[in-house]
Every structure is written in C-alpha cells, then in structure tokens.
Design a protein around this ligand. Structure first.
Ligand code: ADP
Length: 379
C-alpha cells in the first residue's frame, strides 16, 4: 500500500448497491487516507484482479452470479489468504455473513443499513487488523527461527562437554577424592540436562512450524520403553530412586516413529525423576487394551493441584512448586504434541501429596497414516 492510500476491491453484482457503496465511501473519506475503489461484478473477475496484486482490502457480496453463500468467501480466502475481507450481506443472509466472520472474514456489514462513516471505519479497521496479524506472524516466525538457530548453535558445545566429561570419567585416576568424583558426575548430569533443554527447544520450534515428520515403522513398544528407562536410569540413580518396570510378556507391535514416541516417554520419565521424591520410586507400566495401549509413568512426588493439571501442558508453563528444578516448561507440551501426531493422548491424574500418574494412550492402528503429518497449530 502506498502511504496513506488504500486500494479496495468491491465485488458486487448489484449495480445499485455498488453505486451506493461508492458514494458512501467517497463522502466519508477521511483526510489522512485516500481510498481508491475498484469494482467488479463477478467472483471470477474479482479473483483475477486480486491475483494481479495491489489490492489492500476486499468488500465482498456473498451472493454473486457465479458463486453463492459462504463458498464465495472461502474461494477468496483460499486464493489470497492475507488480504482482509469485509463481507457485505443483505438482511436475509446475515447468518451466512456471521459464518464468514467465524471463518476468517474481518467484519460484515448489512447493505443499506450502515452509514458511510461506519463502512469506512470497518474497511480501515480490517486493513489495520490484518496488518497487525501479519506482523504478529512475522514476529512468531522470527522467534521460532531464533530458537532454532540458537539451539543448533548450543548443540555442538553441549555435545563437546558431554563427550569430554565422559572421557574424564572413564579415565579417572585411582585415588581421586570422592568430592571431586561427585563434581565430575554433576558436570556429566548437567550436560545431560542442558542437552535435553536444547533438544526440547529444537523440537518445539519444529512442532510450531509444522515441520515434524513422522517416520513410522513397525516396532515393539516394549523396546522403546526399555530404551527410555535405560536413558533415565542415571537421573534416577542420582536421586537414589528405583524405577519399577512392568511390561507385557508378548511383543507390543505398533506402527510408530519410535524416536518421537521415545522422546515423549523420556520427557515423562525425566519429570518423574525430577519431581519424584529423592530415594523414592518410579513406576512404568505398559498395558494392552482392546483399542490400543496405555503407558503409565507414576511417581511419589508432590503431585499436581487439580487447577494446574491442564495448564502444565501449555508451552513454557511451570507450576509454582517446580521452581526449584531446572526446566523449560516444554517437556509436557512436546510429549503431548508428539503423541497426538500418532493419534494418541497424554493426560495426568494426580492427588496433591500422593504423586502423579501420567498416561500415554496410543491406538493399535492410526486411522490415516501419512508419512509426514503437520504439527498442531501454535497456540
Ligand atoms: P519442566 O519440567 O521443564 O518445567 P514440563 O512441560 O515437563 O516442563 O512440565 C511442566 C510442569 O508440570 C512442571 O514445571 C511441573 O510444575 C509440572 N510437572 C510435570 N511433571 C510433574 C510430576 N511428575 N510431578 C509434579 N509436577 C510435574
């Protein structure tokens, strides 16, 4: 848009209505903005004009010779998603206009029942709101890109610390003091935690951008669980916790992205070690049911207030009691998103003071199974 100059496209087949709107807008024109109005009578002509570019806002009659009702709006939206649309309706199709607003139109006006100043204000607001929305999207994109690149950059040094401390621990000289040994182990654990944080940041950025691709293969879920338990074992040992694992005797074969499901399970297990009592116990139970499998990860920690039980699945949310622990507030939203990509569910049951039980339910078979599934939209 040229500074202070807006170009609107009116798509309206009733020439009387079109003339009225043109006159109303002309009379209401405010000094700071000049509104140029172009007019076409058919949807097809409108779509072609929109594709040619240069239009800032559309005034759209929904009942046209070549398209009627909500479909008219949907076709415009599909063709030019970022151009704001103000729907024009008659008294008899106001309900459809309301649907159009629910589907993304900026506003609707009943023809012949609005003054010129209201019409103009609606158009200006529509443009402004669309511009704010665009800015918000760009900022969101920049934030995601920033997360992604910082996390990538952090990965290398974190991996270097982890490898180096591993070598030091493996070649620890005899007679090293227990205090020094503990310090080295602390560095090792801290490197794990940092690595997990970095991975979480990368994964949430991918999920938000809809860039998570599932690579499903048939596999025994018991093996995935066992691998996660082995990975969580050092964290549990550091807290003198015991992990009790109960798995079915028969293979539990599902078609899933083992790495992604493993990450979800590991996030739950990591939380159980983090928030569970030190010296306490963690239970991991995998059970099969008629329509799918359920994995339970339970701990004997402080539990979670009922009022917090849904909020903890929000990005970055951490319950007040979690402040003493390292964390990003990303583990649970990631776990839930990854499981939902598999058409499963994650939920918690907890009584404050009596530990937390987290559940992952996965269906035996996904109803549809694309190789790559777009992530849930950012909240
Ligand atoms: P993080 O652990 O990094 O804070 P999560 O998304 O994994 O992030 O968890 C969000 C919040 O949910 C935690 O900050 C904590 O308040 C709560 N929470 C998660 N797991 C447990 C648990 N096993 N016991 C008690 N609280 C938990």
């Amino acid at each position: 848009m040229a500074e202070g100059r807006l170009r609107a496209l009116l798509i309206e087949d009733n020439l009387g209505d079109a003339r009225l709107i043109r006159e109303q807008l002309r009379d209401a024109n405010v000094r700071s903005v000049a509104l140029d109005l172009e007019h076409v009578e058919r949807l097809q002509a409108g779509l072609e004009r929109l594709e040619a570019g240069g239009i800032d806002v559309v005034l759209l009659d929904l009942t046209l010779p070549d398209s009627q009702g909500l479909e008219t709006f949907e076709k415009v939206r599909a063709r030019v998603p970022s151009i704001p649309v103000v729907v024009l309706s008659g008294l008899d199709d106001e309900a459809v206009a309301v649907h159009a607003v629910q589907a993304g139109a900026q506003d609707y006006l009943v023809k012949g029942h609005v003054e010129g100043s209201t019409l103009l204000r609606s158009v200006l607001y529509a443009v402004e709101r669309a511009r704010l929305e665009e800015t918000r999207r760009e900022l969101e994109q920049q934030k995601n890109d920033f997360f992604s690149s910082v996390s990538h950059d952090l990965r290398t040094p974190v991996a270097a610390i982890k490898t180096s401390i591993g070598v030091v621990l493996a070649h620890e000289p005899a007679g090293i003091s227990p205090a020094l040994h503990r310090l080295l182990e602390n560095v090792d654990l801290a490197a794990d935690e940092l690595g997990q944080l970095v991975d979480d940041l990368l994964e949430i950025a991918r999920l938000q951008a809809g860039r998570v691709e599932l690579w499903r293969t048939d596999g025994d879920l018991r093996a995935v669980v066992q691998r996660c338990v082995a990975q969580a074992e050092p964290l549990a040992q550091a807290q003198q916790q015991t992990i009790h694992v109960s798995l079915p005797a028969e293979p539990v074969v599902l078609r899933l992205d083992a790495e992604r499901v493993g990450r979800a399970i590991l996030n739950l297990l990591g939380n159980a070690t983090k928030y569970g009592q030190s010296g306490g116990a963690i239970w991991v139970r995998l059970t099969t049911q008629r329509d799918g499998v359920v994995l339970e990860v339970a701990d004997d920690g402080p539990g979670i207030d009922p009022g917090e039980q849904e909020k903890i699945f929000d990005r970055y949310y951490r319950a007040p009691g979690a402040r003493g622990q390292v964390g990003s507030g990303l583990g649970l939203p990631i776990a839930r998103s990854l499981v939902e990509l598999h058409e499963g569910r994650v939920w918690v049951e907890s009584t404050p003071g009596a530990g937390s039980h987290f559940y992952v339910a996965l269906p035996w078979e996904a109803s549809h199974e694309p190789e790559s599934v777009p992530a849930a939209p950012a909240q």
